[in-house]
Design a protein around this ligand. Structure first.
Ligand code: ASP
Length: 324
């Protein structure tokens, strides 16, 4: 029996219990729409095109912490990371610490296809993006974001937030700093059995300028190999990188575990070695099985598999999601 193509997207792992019903609903609607649109690309093109497109739409939506919606650094800048991987060729492209461009994921793909490197950062990445024809977008820092920055920053100054203890010693920190993670990502498998993974983020509020997380690091925020499967992660980048979460998940699949088992095992290792409330992951294995796991309060996710009438969408662990 042939492989049923599927696209599985995520809009970040985090504490969605703090979100209003309206904010949650906005994300559910977008997840549904974007799964439908990127599934069309999966069917007419490839897994790689589909994951790039899904992430691009989430970047453009302004509703997630990527592209237009990216959060601000401690000095009120937008610095984004993104990565993409083709499981057929093991080709990788990533961009780190890039400002003023709305679609880091598409820049990452061009780096993959048109340079000899896998990761370009900062000003050089911006120059390269312009060379590739991407137009700078200086509208990523909005009034709304600056107001939000003030709230997050003030709470942090008041000592109401507690994370990044070492950085707190330098500039103080916050308990809820990671409550608003909304990174986006996608994994897909097409009918030829090719898998792909993509991920894109603005990082997290008040991160130090120049900080690069898991997202542009191959094996950490993303990984794809046709011989194993594909995975895309979200959560505290430093924690994800320490255990190379996406590669670990793919290695479980390589060793015969299903996507669901691999996600659960990878998150169990992360929780045991680093701690709870740190991350989530979605995956597809080489047989077309899918899985997810998270140790945060929720993870925005949506899946569309050939044969389904509409995508399944969920945020919290107790919501029905698995549909076969
Ligand atoms: N992993 C991202 C980072 O640490 C954040 C997120 O997933 O929301 O940059």
């Amino acid at each position: 029996m042939g492989i049923k193509p599927l696209i599985f997207i995520h809009g970040g792992a985090g504490n969605y219990r703090l979100f209003s019903e309206e904010a949650l609903q906005r994300r559910r609607v977008l997840l549904n729409e974007i799964a439908v649109k990127s599934f069309e690309v999966l069917i007419s093109k490839s897994a790689l095109d589909a994951v790039e497109y899904a992430v691009k739409l989430m970047e453009d939506s302004g509703a997630f912490n990527a592209g237009l919606g990216s959060v601000l650094t401690l000095n009120k800048r937008v610095e984004m990371d993104a990565g993409i991987m083709d499981g057929k060729t093991l080709n990788v492209g990533a961009v780190a610490c890039i400002s003023n461009f709305g679609n880091p994921i598409s820049i990452a793909r061009r780096i993959m296809e048109e340079t000899d490197h896998i990761l370009i950062a900062g000003v050089s990445a911006e120059r390269l993006a312009e060379f590739f024809g991407f137009k700078p977008d200086f509208s990523l820092i909005t009034e709304e974001k600056l107001e939000r920055f003030k709230k997050v920053y003030d709470a942090w100054i008041r000592g109401e937030r507690k994370r990044m203890l070492k950085i707190r010693e330098i500039v103080m920190s916050s308990p809820d700093l990671f409550n608003f993670l909304d990174t986006v990502g996608a994994v897909a498998i097409d009918s030829d059995g090719n898998v792909a993974s993509a991920v894109s983020t603005g990082g997290y509020w008040l991160k130090l300028p120049g900080r690069i997380g898991d997202v542009p690091l191959v094996g950490c925020g993303f990984y794809a190999d046709n011989e194993a499967g594909a995975a895309s992660a979200s959560g505290v980048g430093e924690a994800i990188a320490k255990v190379t979460l996406s590669k670990m998940c793919c290695d479980f699949m390589r060793n015969g575990f299903s996507a669901q088992e691999a996600c659960e095992k990878a998150i169990a290792v992360l929780t045991r070695r680093i701690g709870d409330n740190t991350a989530g992951i979605i995956a597809v294995d080489k047989t077309g099985g899918y899985g997810f796991a998270f140790n945060t309060a929720g993870m925005c996710r949506s899946i569309f598999i050939e044969g389904m009438e509409k995508p399944a969408v969920a945020i919290f662990p107790e919501e029905p999601f698995i549909v076969d």
